[in-house]
Design a protein. Structure first.
Length: 52
């Protein structure tokens, strides 16, 4: 079973990251800039444990 990845959208001038936490609820993060949102998303994306 794969973990859902966060989604990044721009809504009304604000960048929004949505993360499905697995139990049907969605956590949202709001960022002022695209670069800020992409940096946060890099932290939120689960790492592949098998990669070296």
């Amino acid at each position: 079973m794969s973990t859902p990845k966060p989604t990044l959208t721009q809504e009304e001038g604000v960048w929004v990251i949505r993360v499905d936490n697995g139990n049907g609820k969605v956590q949202t993060y709001h960022c002022a800039s695209e670069s800020q949102a992409k940096q946060l998303m890099a932290v939120l994306v689960p790492k592949d444990r098998g990669a070296k």
